[in-house]
Design a protein around this ligand. Structure first.
Ligand code: G3I
Length: 334
């Protein structure tokens, strides 16, 4: 039969996919085994899901994913140790409901990172340590998250140090989206360069790659890969999908020109975009240490509820019946 995506790319980079425990038990399981050799938990290892209360960890879903990776000899990426989203409220507040001090918060961050990274030591080869710490606005720098408001910039370096202490062999990544927008790229570069120069244990930059059939162009992607790898860091595509709508990250409203029908013309356009993206990835096989898709098939994508609920999207290589789309055949043709 047809060999599967990971086999076409065996001389390039691992091909990953973001999963929940549910898809590993569903009809997607066979597809995942055939095409992918790396997994990322879509939600199961985030702070809220895995550490819902100060003295309570919820390991089962994350362990299921780790077990599936082990049994099927797949790589496993960890996602994510420190983020402004999906972080439980208890993290930032004391028993009276008051905001905790910087000392308390850094202690909690250390406990969290040490516990989670230690559990998967030797199993997870790469961690997204800090996720999306840069602001989208060109007149700003660091995102004004609770982490930043309470700790200042320091929490970022600390997170990497705690992770490195818990598993010195794990590759540690800074991960973000819209990394091809010039202003945001510069701000991420500024942060990552400052970490490298301060000898913080950072080993890579994750380009999320939540892209669309309209943007970004090939040169913008080349520029991001080259710029970050010039710092001596690995680069990975960590959350690839190609929306069939115009995607502006600052936009939260449905646009009048958005359409809900996935026409053959749009599928063709998407296939051409996927072809271009993978050409650029193959050009950079020395710099890229992995390409991961954000979800398995068009049956389920986070983009079905973003930026608005109820607008179906079709951003992946496999359709709702789990069959390869036009884009799939372009990606393996080289
Ligand atoms: O688990 C609860 C469930 O118990 C509840 O009934 C249900 C009702 O809404 O919500 C479920 O949680 C949802 C969770 O996904 C699991 O399905 C959350 O509401 C929902 O917000 C969450 O969305 C995730 C999103 O991150 C959160 O910001 C997406 O699945 C996930 O794909 C997305 O992933 C992020 C990356 O981590 C970082 N980069 C951007 C990317 C896309 O937003």
């Amino acid at each position: 039969g047809e060999p599967g995506l990971k086999n076409y790319y065996k001389d390039y980079f691992p091909i990953g996919v973001a999963v929940s425990p549910q898809v590993l038990k569903g009809p997607e399981a066979a597809l995942i085994k055939k095409h992918f050799n790396s997994l990322t938990p879509e939600n199961a290892m985030k702070m809220g899901p895995i550490h819902p209360e100060e003295n309570k960890y919820n390991w089962a879903p994350a362990d299921e994913i780790a077990q599936f990776a082990k049994v099927n000899k797949m790589k496993l990426r960890g996602h994510t140790l420190c983020w402004h989203n999906q972080t439980p409220n208890w993290m930032f507040t004391d028993t009276k409901g008051d905001t905790v001090t910087k000392e308390v918060l850094l202690k909690r961050l250390k406990d969290h990172i040490t516990t989670v990274v230690s559990r998967y030591k030797g199993t997870i080869y790469a961690w997204d340590v800090v996720n999306e710490a840069i602001d989208d606005n060109d007149s700003k720098y660091l995102r004004e998250s609770a982490w930043y408001k309470i700790c200042g910039e320091e929490y970022i370096a600390k997170a990497f140090e705690y992770a490195h202490a818990a598993d010195p062999k794990a590759k540690l990544y800074y991960n973000d989206y819209a990394t091809e927008e010039p202003g945001k790229r510069e701000r991420i570069y500024k942060l990552v360069k400052s970490l490298v120069e301060a000898n913080v244990p950072i080993h890579g930059v994750g380009l999320q790659a939540h892209w669309s059939i309209y943007e970004p162009d090939a040169d913008a992607i080349r520029e991001s890969i080259s710029k970050f790898s010039a710092l001596g860091l690995d680069v990975q595509i960590t959350e690839l999908d190609v929306s069939v709508y115009k995607l502006e990250h600052s936009r939260r409203e449905r646009r009048p020109d958005d359409i809900d029908t996935y026409t053959p013309e749009i599928e063709q356009k998407q296939a051409e975009r996927y072809k271009m993206f993978f050409e650029v990835f193959r050009e950079h096989k020395k710099q890229l240490t992995g390409v991961t898709f954000w979800n398995v098939s068009d049956k389920h994508s986070w983009l079905d509820s973003f930026p608005v609920a109820g607008r179906k999207n079709y951003p992946l290589l496999f359709n709702q019946q789990l069959e390869p789309k036009k884009a799939y055949w372009e990606v393996i043709k080289f």
